[in-house]
Design a protein around this ligand. Sequence first.
Ligand SMILES: Nc1ncnc2c1ncn2[C@@H]1O[C@H](COP(=O)(O)OP(=O)(O)OP(=O)(O)O)[C@@H](O)[C@H]1O
Ligand SMILES: [Mg+2]
Length: 323
Amino acid sequence: MLDALWERRALLVSGKGGVGKTTLAAALARAAVAAGRKVLLAEVEVAPEDKDVPSPLASLVGTRASGSHVTEVSPGLSFVRLSPLEGQRLFLQDVLPMRMMADAAMRTRALRRFLEAAPALREMGILYQMLHFIRRTRPDGSPLYPLCILDLPATGHALAIAALPDTLLSVMPVGPIGRAVREGLTLLRDPRLTGALLVTLPEPLPVSETLELSTAIQRHRIPIAAGVLNRMPDNPFSPDGRAAVERLLDTHGPHLGQRALGRLDRARDAQARLAGNLPAPLLTIPELPVTGTELVERIATHLARPPSASPEAPSPGRAGAQS
Ligand SMILES: Nc1ncnc2c1ncn2[C@@H]1O[C@H](COP(=O)(O)OP(=O)(O)OP(=O)(O)O)[C@@H](O)[C@H]1O
Ligand SMILES: [Mg+2]
């Protein structure tokens, strides 16, 4: 399962706020590097004025990178903060006859205001900058960054990026811009090259939202590489043990522990619903009692272990779903 992820050129980590996208992106990068891949770990700049604010993603892989240049974090792992404006400059540079024209165009206040105002153009800048990194090669022609893992800031971004090729192609179908967009579209829609990872929590509402996101992303023909059920609570009960506890609760009335049992049941239902309805395998990450870089390392180790090492019951539903 993981090898199939690492074979791709771009992994887009998406999901609602606070579900663990940044943590997971960092852990995926660590696991891919441990598996011998070279990774460019990327995040999206929130606002140009935040350039110097240290990035949470960078700090999760142990560096204090800021700004929009590529930083080598450790052997095989690089980090970059993608900036819409930088991507738009690269784009103009590719479609305008001379580099000077692109730089001059970007200095025009009216153009910059226009580029900043139209959300689709913001997404285009991000996508184009990512494409730029994906296309970069070493002198021998091999890719400089074989795998790019992008931590998308919010669900809306994944959708905006997914919808972007359609939006742009509908307004500029021919010429160099159309060609550049089509190239991005080919990469983005090829399941061998790109995959979205949809991260969610084991509760009913986040799962419903994730299934909606999955439908919307598929409508734009962006391949889904995996679902990720994050923060799965540990189930300490054997079936017999659970039955015994239920009997005790029946005779001794309500108990605070019932809340925990309810959470376990919801989590199990969430896992079954995702496994049964997502068009891709499901990875389940346990709730872990650590934070920061230690959490990242633990999740990376969890991702890298063989599926048979899982202490959890096999998830019901689709074949190929991995817990
Ligand atoms: N498996 C886990 N076990 C325990 N805590 C976790 C786990 N995964 C994530 N967390 C915690 O959840 C919180 C949110 O994680 P994170 O910042 O990665 O989410 P996010 O989806 O990137 O959030 P945002 O939408 O704000 O960017 C963090 O405090 C993180 O330590
Ligand atoms: Mg985040």
